[in-house]
Design a protein. Structure first.
Length: 623
């Protein structure tokens, strides 16, 4: 059948070469490509002993659906092969990719035709060896896993160099029951109990439960010159923030950062079983965002924030090495960014004096969704309550101060102008603006909706429930949702014909081609589902629970989102370490074959869901 192939294919030879003289070392080549990189050395050597080399000329058949059975696993060593059905091209496979395994696993004939797109050199592994390799669980999983499982496995494959797994339960940090004092104890008695037990806090036996920490003693007793017989009730904290003992260490980390606490009582069946501290986390983990948060909040002036971007990049790199995924890192980073905004806003109020009315600084875009990793440009706005003369004079000054302060802290200005200096309005105007975007979804309105509908308050006391109410109403406006979906569908994954990755201007823009399409999809289906969360992953799961997306569709998009985010983050960290500009365009040369495969699978799923959304909202029929 294969006229181009020698009747007796040569065995693997480390000295063989193909056209351009590049030596073939089959075992070393396979070791560098999945799933062979998961095999022990003895199994790789067995592959090397049975592997055969096959050549195929351009447009010559390699496998055919007319073949009654296939007895080989093929690996593309050089060149490109195409998969066809009914003379219709389905996909192109490149160097390092495998084919032939579906028919090997099923024991039937090939399900597609495989043809050499160009001159090819292929490795062939006989079925008997393939069957032996399938006894290796990691090897078998590569062929048997679906997309969600493959992406999850790829994410889990990252090294975790911390001494504790952040997925572990917080209870692992508690090696003793909580230390208690009576409600009528004095601060001196509480201090002696803390010293004797070697702890930095005690729980106070009152209802509701209270806590007294070493910081409370310093700040609320010693700093105020209170006597030793002061009741603990003068210094305790009540009510206290508690966490379930089975919550992960990552959840505990985020909890402490968001609530600005250093001690967390852990509950089991409603009872406190221990108190975990930020010191426990620092002991278990070599790096922590607590130090950076503390330096932000205690910054004596904005001058100390000038190096925030570099310090954040170092922290993000440590979190990547520690095994956190990009979504988790984004949550931590957004908490730190919020602290910077709060510090700048406090400085603005100190400079300008107290505000004339309640107001809120809000962020939107990726920061609003808590999906930033490394610093990008600013996305913020300002909302104030009263539309009086004093407010119209004060808040533009505050907005200007905040934007300039954030530039000083490494946040560049937004090229599109979506900053508080341009978007500073009273709440009634914001509410009218949101409502007009929903009622009349013209292009400019849709641009505003895509930016600001991911808003989140980070500073100020003004509640934004009125804006949430507009988004709730948008859930039932099919015309608006259809136009919003159509606007988001402009972001298309860079897949060429036959599922090839399109190299555009030197690489793959994974933000424009991968992240933004998923964000746009999630925004539409999340709004339709009535989801109040701005986070993309929360919106996808809300759409799944509401039956808007299938379980496979929502879970697949979630894993694709995590995977693409991680690729982008790793690329940006490499750029930062090399002193290069941080961007979203990954050169194809940076991607190994498995990463290219996962990207192609992820992009194909995005396109599939986009087509489903087109049908759901009839976006192709919009004027």
């Amino acid at each position: 059948m294969h006229d181009d192939r020698p009747s007796t294919p040569p065995r693997a030879s480390a000295g063989a070469s193909f056209n351009d003289g590049v030596p073939l070392d089959p075992v070393e080549f396979l070791r560098a490509h999945p799933p062979f990189d998961r095999l022990p050395q003895t199994s790789l050597e067995a592959v090397g002993r049975t592997l055969e080399i096959s050549y195929a000329n351009r447009n010559s058949p390699v496998l055919s659906r007319s073949d009654p059975i296939n007895t080989w696993l093929y690996v593309v060593r050089r060149g490109v092969v195409r998969l066809e059905a009914e003379q219709r091209r389905l996909e192109l496979l490149e160097e390092g990719e495998c084919f032939g395994f579906p028919s090997l696993i099923s024991g039937s004939g090939p399900t597609v035709d495989v043809v050499a797109e160009e001159e090819c050199l292929l490795y062939r592994i006989p079925k008997v060896t393939f069957d032996q390799l399938m006894d290796e669980p990691a090897f078998a999983a590569f062929f048997l896993d679906g997309l969600q499982q493959r992406l999850r496995r790829a994410l889990r494959a990252e090294p975790a160099l911390m001494s504790a797994d952040l997925a572990s339960p917080a209870r692992e940090l508690c090696d003793r029951p909580p230390v208690m004092v009576a409600a009528d104890a004095t601060v001196a008695e509480a201090a002696r109990v803390m010293s004797s037990a070697g702890v930095s806090s005690v729980l106070v036996d009152t209802s509701p439960l209270a806590i007294l920490t070493d910081r409370d003693l310093r700040n609320r007793v010693l700093a105020r010159g209170l006597p030793a017989d002061t009741p603990v009730s003068r210094a305790w904290t009540r009510p206290i923030h508690t966490l379930d003992a089975e919550a992960s260490l990552y959840a505990m980390l985020v909890f402490m950062l968001e609530h600005r606490v250093h001690h967390v009582p852990l509950l089991e069946d409603g009872e406190v079983v221990g108190v975990a501290t930020d010191t426990d986390l620092l002991r278990e983990h070599l790096t922590s965002p607590f130090h950076l948060l503390k330096s932000i909040e205690r910054a004596p002036s904005l001058e100390v924030l000038t190096d925030y971007g570099n310090r954040l990049a170092g922290l993000v790199e440590n979190m990547v090495v520690s095994g956190l995924d990009a979504a988790q890192i984004g949550h931590v980073v957004s908490t730190l960014n919020d602290a910077v905004i709060a510090r700048v806003a406090r400085a603005a109020e100190e400079e300008l004096g107290p505000p004339p009315c309640r107001y809120a600084l809000m962020v939107h875009g990726s920061e609003g969704r808590r999906e930033q990793t490394l610093l990008t440009d600013q996305d913020n706005a300002l909302v104030y309550l009263e539309n009086g003369k004093a407010a119209r004079r004060y808040f533009p000054q505050l907005a200007n101060y905040v934007v300039r302060g954030l530039v000083h802290a490494s946040f560049p200005r937004c090229a599109g102008g979506f900053m508080a200096v341009n978007w500073c309005k009273p709440l009634t105007e914001w509410e009218s603006l949101f409502a007009s975007w929903v009622a009349e979804p013209e292009p400019e309105a849709l641009l505003g909706a895509a930016n600001f509908f991911d808003f989140r308050r980070v500073w100020g006391t003004l509640a934004l429930d009125a804006l949430d109410g507009v988004l709730d109403d948008a859930a039932g406006n099919r015309i608006f949702l259809a136009h919003l979906a159509a606007a988001g569908l402009r972001f298309r994954p860079p897949l060429g014909l036959f599922r090839t990755l399109k190299d555009e201007n030197g690489g793959i823009d994974v933000k424009k081609g991968g992240i933004l399409p998923i964000v746009s999809l999630a925004r539409v289906v999340g709004l339709e589902a009535g989801c109040r969360s701005r986070a993309t992953l929360d919106r996808l799961q809300a759409a799944r629970e509401a039956g808007i997306l299938s379980t496979d569709g929502a879970d697949g998009l979630s894993e694709a989102f995590r995977y693409i985010h991680r690729l982008r983050l790793e690329h940006q960290l490499r750029a930062h370490a090399g002193g290069r500009p941080i961007d979203n365009r990954i050169p194809l040369a940076e991607l190994v074959s498995l990463e290219r495969r996962h990207l192609k699978d992820s992009f194909a799923l995005i396109r599939e869901i986009q087509e489903s959304l087109t049908q759901r909202f009839g976006t192709d029929r919009l004027g």
